[in-house]
Design a binder for this molecule. Structure first.
Ligand code: NAP
Ligand code: G4F
Length: 364
């Protein structure tokens, strides 16, 4: 049978990696993009440019998760064999400012797709829901696995909780192949620029090329389980190929604080960083230098220079302090394996941001 995938959120980080992965596997890929007053396809433009022969297997459609009639007509026209629902208002802090919109897209948007599938009688179509480790919130067990109770801590997580359970409910009520991937944080060179990892790698690159003076961060104590988006989209595909509809945790099994992630990034460009002080007065200070494989140009930082400061504007009303996932079920049952460890992830992100900053500095 011809494999036809429909990806919502195609213009996002995961959508762009998943589209490439499925095209490589021979799929016909359809993506839903929102209408925007400026171009919002930078992450997928390369698909047209790089892979000319895949051109005819890659299609974009205008759509929005808040528009049921649009979703019904797209699904009826495309008749996908697999739907990956990656579209979301995905920023946790923004969800405190836009809780209703977040619920409309992340919760009801999921329902709208499931209802479209049910109404259209697409009983053979498989559905993947982008669930999240944020569901565990103020964690009730560590590490978190498929049996860990949820305890969400943000409007985003509460909306995603609805998405999780409505997916499970449609599976149980209507026998649909509808599954959740509970993915822990995954990053990449095309991670959104306001998520903390990318904010850090971009800031380091910009500081090295004289485009920025200091990096302002929020809660440095929060701990996250980080992987590479390239590995995680492979897990999404594997989950939909399983003989049974089963929900899986996808994680690295390691965690680190934002403080440690920052120090590791600085170390890769040859800067030894030490955190001094406490609370709002905590600072990241340059205390030494070492050779770097990534950055070989003249080092602009001085000893004792402050490169990180805390800004309470980035604190959240309620925080998720610790996420640490247990990926053993997906590794054991589906043979999922990660290619990227944390250092490889950082190298990939910094390498890309250094090249971007160098170009910007030349133009400045
Ligand atoms: P992302 O980069 O923020 O991408 C989100 C995508 O959703 C973008 O294509 C965005 O379009 C689209 N979108 C937003 N609102 C929409 C709407 N109303 N209608 C249609 N499309 C809409 O997110 P990501 O990191 O790729 O994550 C993909 C999914 O996995 C999300 O559902 C996220 O919540 C979930 N997730 C992510 C992680 C992670 O660590 N990355 C972990 C667990 C779960 P625009 O480009 O036009 O904004
Ligand atoms: O990078 P973040 O904004 O990601 P967060 O909140 O973990 O959410 C991401 O991962 C979830 C999976 O667990 C996804 F579901 C979700 O869609 C998204 O992709 O923040 C990570 C941590 C937080 O504890 C935050 O308080 O970093 C802390 N942080 C410290 N300073 C900061 C900053 N976060 C941001 N965005 N910006 C800061 O300056």
């Amino acid at each position: 049978m011809k494999k036809i995938a429909l990806i919502t959120g195609i213009t996002g980080q995961d959508g762009s990696y998943l589209a490439r992965h499925l095209l490589d596997l021979g799929y016909e890929v359809h993506g839903v993009k929102r209408r925007s007053s400026s171009f919002n396809t930078s992450r997928i433009d390369g698909i047209y440019e790089d892979v000319h022969s895949q051109h005819v297997r890659f299609f974009l459609h205008y759509g929005d998760l808040t528009d049921s009639s649009n979703l019904i007509s797209l699904i009826a026209k495309i008749r996908p064999t697999e739907i990956y629902n990656l579209a979301a208002q995905s920023h946790v802090q923004v969800s405190f400012e836009m809780p209703e919109y977040t619920a409309n897209v992340d919760a009801l948007g999921t329902l709208r797709i499931l209802e479209a599938m049910r109404l259209l009688g697409l009983s053979q179509t498989r559905f993947y829901q982008a669930s999240t480790s944020e569901l565990y919130g103020e964690v009730l067990q560590t590490p978190q696995n498929e049996d860990t109770p949820f305890n969400p801590r943000s409007p985003y997580a509460v909306a995603k909780l609805y998405g999780f359970y409505i997916t499970k409910n449609y599976r149980e009520a209507y026998g649909m192949f509808a599954v959740n991937g509970i993915l822990f944080n995954h990053e990449s060179p095309v991670r959104g620029e306001t998520f903390v990892t990318r904010k850090i790698t971009m800031a380091i690159a910009r500081m090295l090329y004289g485009l920025q003076e200091c990096l302002y961060l929020g809660n440095l104590d929060a701990q996250r389980d980080y992987g590479h988006a390239k590995d995680y989209v492979q897990a999404m595909h594997l989950i939909l190929q399983h003989s049974q509809p089963v929900d899986y945790v996808v994680a690295s099994g390691q965690t680190m604080s934002i403080r440690e992630f920052s120090a590791r990034c600085f170390a890769q460009v040859g800067v030894i960083l030490e955190f001094q002080g406490e609370g709002l007065d905590e600072k990241g200070v340059v205390v030494g230098f070492k050779p770097s494989a990534l950055f070989k140009e003249a080092m602009p930082f001085a000893l004792h220079q402050v490169v990180i400061r805390v800004d309470p504007r980035y604190f959240r009303p309620t925080e998720v302090d610790l996420l640490l996932g247990d990926p053993s079920k997906i590794e054991r049952e589906l043979g999922w394996k990660r290619q990227y460890g944390i250092e490889e992830l950082i190298t990939d992100m910094l390498g890309s941001d250094l090249a971007l900053a160098k170009k910007q500095a030349l133009l400045a």
